[in-house]
Design a protein around this ligand. Structure first.
Ligand code: ATP
Length: 222
């Protein structure tokens, strides 16, 4: 279970963007979080993935209260997540070839020896041809780079996926392909999913249930 308990978070303690929000994602469940632009969905998603320390409240991951954030999170908790953001160019090191980008989490956790076979397998899973793996981010399209970012997110076989507007920049066929990859992975691994977005039709189709920001926060938006 991934639990967000009474989370207050933001960038200025005097005016938090997330106020007293609670949300649970059960093991293996896919929850869609809908809300208008700027309401705080990404901030909450980053808190859920231990990437942003909340001002108040708790994140409880598989029964354990999270006490560290970003690089200070315990490795077992950090590596329990695969996170995919809206803009792949902001989350990809421009110097890395796609193969190295995909293998980054393996190398960072001392599993570099698995990198070559796993990279091939992951690239195949997300539909990236071998010819693209030697290119750098500026030499591929947004959709191709997002495929690589999804492969990277799956590299450590996470128990939880957090997709923050993963498909917002993509066309319909790439969107369908990436959602399919996530669902295929979830079927075989039992991973849970928190998918954030503002496309109601997509999230309703994709997730077991969707919740609106207003239901979480009592705000009158959504
Ligand atoms: N690093 C930051 N520093 C200061 N304010 C920020 C920062 N990131 C986001 N904000 C502000 O926090 C609020 C919530 O932003 P957030 O990105 O969480 O919203 P969102 O619901 O995900 O929006 P969108 O759907 O447009 O991505 C916005 O008003 C935004 O301007």
């Amino acid at each position: 279970m991934l639990e967000l308990r009474d989370i207050t978070a933001g960038y200025d303690r005097r005016s938090p963007v997330v106020r007293g929000v609670s949300l649970r994602v059960a093991d293996g469940e896919a929850v869609g979080l809908l809300g208008p632009s700027g309401c705080g969905k990404s901030t909450l998603a980053r808190v859920a993935a231990l990437l942003h320390r909340p001002d108040a409240g708790r994140v409880v991951l598989d029964g354990e209260v999270a006490r560290g954030w970003r690089h200070c999170a315990p490795r077992a908790q950090r590596t329990a997540y695969g996170v995919i953001f809206q803009q792949p160019r902001l989350s990809a090191d421009p110097r890395l070839r796609l193969a190295d980008l995909i293998a980054e989490p393996l190398r960072a956790t001392g599993r570099g020896r698995e990198a070559v076979p796993r990279t091939g397998e992951l690239a195949h899973r997300v539909g990236l041809g071998d010819d693209l793996l030697t290119r750098r981010p500026h030499e591929v399209s947004d959709g191709q780079l997002q495929r690589a970012c999804l492969a990277r997110a799956l590299a450590l076989r996470p128990r939880w996926l957090v997709c923050d507007e993963m498909t917002a920049m993509l066309d319909a066929s790439t969107t369908a392909a990436l959602v399919h990859v996530v669902e295929e992975y979830r079927r075989e691994s039992g991973a849970g999913l928190l998918a954030v977005g503002h496309d109601r039709a997509l999230l309703t189709r994709w997730c077991d249930r969707t919740v609106g920001w207003a239901e979480l926060s009592g705000a009158d938006t959504d």
